[in-house]
Design a protein around this ligand. Sequence first.
Ligand SMILES: [Ca+2]
Ligand SMILES: [Ca+2]
Length: 230
Amino acid sequence: MTKIKLALCTILIAFVITFLSWQISGRAVLCPNYVACWKFNEGISNKVWDFSSNGNHGTISGNTTWTKDSREGLALEFDGIDDKIQITKTSSVDVKDKVILEAYIKRKSTADGMIISKNGPYFLAVRNNVVAGGVYANDGNCPTSCTTPGANTWTEIHGTTLLELNKWYLLKMTYDGSQVKVYVNSVLENSAPKTGQMPQVSQNVHIGWGEPGQNQYFKGIIDEVKISGI
Ligand SMILES: [Ca+2]
Ligand SMILES: [Ca+2]
């Protein structure tokens, strides 16, 4: 009897190991060309998995709510008070020359809100009821107050579509080393010239909130968040 139990336990353990290995390897192949890719389909924990191969898994704080009101599977609803996700910085999020940020959002408030942010090189947000995207890079130009030629400066641009409440939108910010652009539902809404490399800073990536200076909690639902460096 003991041998049978031992055999069953061995089979069970082997199955669990195989299943977990399959999950980890399966997770990596869903977004092979992304810096990070969060599906928000977990539904049972305070973790969100990065489905790229870079291990940018996130930790939820503030008791976000899992919801079936999503673009695919599940999504996360943020309360606009203290809900956020922190992704501890890895070298993969230190993109230098190019970046694309994108996410599906459904607003539940007309307040400003940060969607995804790394302070300082890049962010995607809702500000004044339109999409806002920003890049911090060394473009060789200085504002009049700047005393160090070639210092990093922000370029922030805003879209034109008024983002209604309770309606899904795909928001995107791109920086290709020559232009910053923002898109709503894959339609280009604004662009501005920008050159230079983004700095490699120690700050973590956040979803639903930003570091001080980008300190706006988002109220609404977010799904399918991606960062790309290409
Ligand atoms: Ca909360
Ligand atoms: Ca989802």
